[in-house]
Design a protein around this ligand. Structure first.
Ligand SMILES: Cc1cc2nc3c(=O)[nH]c(=O)nc-3n(C[C@H](O)[C@H](O)[C@H](O)COP(=O)(O)OP(=O)(O)OC[C@H]3O[C@@H](n4cnc5c(N)ncnc54)[C@H](O)[C@@H]3O)c2cc1C
Length: 475
């Protein structure tokens, strides 16, 4: 790989985009080089901002020919460092931000075609303007781009009803590592004519191709919404409640978020104006029900679920939001969970999933294991119970040395991941692998999985120029 780029090669790359869109000055590059949580700081000879697919293709052709590493970048909200060029590696950043057009929208066919650099919020707004819903939604929606969402197979809070990004893509346009453009922008609901190639690129974190456009699935907009906040005695009771809610609401169950009692205590302590909607309990659940007809219908379904849960002893106390503002207050408690943990000192994070039915057992064992191994530590798990995906975060013991606690990050990971392995779970459930979890993947994935992944990488990117050393290490 070309680690030191000669000035004339930098110039050849810069000439592939129009003037002003090849950034070499540190001040101009800065925002492309710092990751959201400031865990990674990058370095690059060049940030390129191509205008269209043709320019992206030209960049990759030259990169392939000269063995120059390329780091595709969307909205730079990824949390595992994949979009940040490594220091001293000569990696060129290709930002997709100028490919931000909505190419077409077909409300009757429930599809739209957008370019990769369109921010998720723009995609949602374009769908809404056509009276449709693009259901993918994340807290980073104002900054993240649809291409980044696809490259990371993003999840978010509506996965329970609509699936991950993978389920929302009908087709893709991808620039391959050698600069050829694969036009897979089909809008077909059914297509069994051979391998489903688009799925290879979804979740590949920029290691197999650069997504330049996508055909997306749209849905009719729900006409009604109701949200409930429920106090439950245990994670097992929350699982019973989930089954009850799915039975009653079917696809209308659009949210089911679990929060531990301590995570909630942190939120109430640190979120300005936060108020607990129910009596205190060991666990809480936020339920959201949608209706194709009206708020009243959504609320009737929700109340039915909650009445049944109270009668069965699954719920101790429950509140139903009486206004949109209250719905937002409920979600604010959930969305604030990560942020408030910072106020309690160091926090060691695990983005894991296990089969949904095993979640209560997993949580019980993992919480017992970390408190035995790190006396005084405070597990504060929360997350998308409906997807089996929990952010198993552990806060430092009260009054302990923050850095001393964080220095034991890998030790803590090993304890938690051993329990994840026992339940045949995933150690990279939502945020992907990037640079952060490459070593972890090597030690937790079966050898045959790793071999097949390496073979795919070699087939699609023989020179290893696309996001090298993300997901799998270069051999
Ligand atoms: C506050 C906050 C909340 C979040 N919530 C969630 C959540 O609920 N669920 C979730 O899944 N994630 C979440 N994330 C993580 C992040 O927002 C998502 O991973 C998002 O999908 C990344 O999109 P991006 O455009 O910012 O991509 P970037 O961060 O720019 O890139 C991410 C990866 O994708 C690659 N990439 C980007 N664009 C392309 C492209 N066009 N073609 C090929 N590869 C590309 C990059 O090389 C990199 O490896 C959250 C992040 C933040 C900061």
């Amino acid at each position: 790989m070309n680690a030191q780029l000669a000035p004339d090669l930098v110039r050849r790359f810069a000439d592939l985009v129009s003037p002003g869109h090849a950034l070499v000055e540190p001040a101009d590059q800065a925002r492309y080089l710092i990751e959201w949580r400031d865990l990674y700081r990058g370095e690059t000879p060049l940030v390129l901002k191509p205008a269209d697919t043709v320019e992206v293709a030209a960049i990759l052709r030259l990169a392939h020919e000269t063995k120059t590493a390329i780091v595709p970048q969307g909205g730079n909200t990824g949390l595992v460092g994949g979009q940040i060029p490594g220091p001293g590696r000569g990696e060129i950043v290709v930002s997709l931000e100028r490919l931000d057009r909505v190419r077409s929208i077909d409300p009757l066919g429930n599809s739209m075609v957008v370019e990769a650099g369109a921010p998720l919020a723009t995609v949602q707004a374009a769908a809404e303007a056509a009276d449709r819903l693009f259901p993918l939604t994340l807290a980073s929606l104002g900054s993240c781009q649809i291409g980044g969402n696809i490259a990371t197979n993003a999840g978010g809070t509506a996965v329970l009803a609509y699936g991950n990004a993978r389920n929302l893509v009908l087709g893709l346009e991808v620039v391959l590592a050698d600069g050829r453009v694969w036009n897979g922008l089909r809008r077909l609901g059914k297509d069994n004519a051979g391998y489903d190639l688009k799925q290879l690129f979804i979740g590949s974190e920029g290691t197999l191709g650069v997504v330049t456009a996508a055909a997306l699935k749209l849905y009719h907009r729900p006409r009604g919404l109701a949200a409930g906040f429920v106090a439950v005695a245990s994670a097992a009771a929350a699982l019973d409640l989930l089954a009850r809610a799915q039975g009653a609401a079917g696809f209308g169950l659009t949210g089911f978020e679990l929060m531990s009692g301590l995570a909630m205590e942190f939120a109430l302590r640190h979120l300005p104006g936060a108020r607990l909607p129910t009596a205190t309990a060991p666990w809480y659940v936020l339920i959201e029900v949608s209706s194709s007809r009206s708020d009243a219908e959504a609320e009737a379904t929700l109340v039915d679920i909650l009445d049944g849960a109270m009668a069965a002893g699954e719920a101790g106390d429950a509140a139903v939001a009486q206004s949109l503002a209250q719905v937002q207050d409920f979600w604010r408690l959930r969305h604030g969970m990560s942020e408030v943990q910072k106020q309690e000192g160091g926090s060691i994070k695990h983005d894991v999933s296990v089969p949904i039915g095993d979640l209560p057992a997993f949580l019980g064992e993992a919480m017992a294991a970390v408190t035995a191994a790190f006396p005084g530590c405070r597990p504060v798990p929360f997350g998308h119970m409906g997807d089996g995906n929990i952010h198993f975060n552990v806060s430092q013991p009260e009054g302990a040395d923050r850095q001393g606690f964080l220095d034991r990050w890998e030790e803590m990971n090993a304890v938690v991941h051993a329990v994840v392995a026992k339940y045949d779970g995933s150690v990279a459930a939502e945020h992907g692998v990037g640079r952060l979890k490459v070593d972890l993947l090597e030690t937790t994935k079966p050898a045959l999985d790793l071999e097949l992944m390496a073979r795919l990488k070699a087939a699609l990117d023989p020179e290893g120029i696309l996001n090298p050393d993300r997901i799998i290490r270069r051999t």
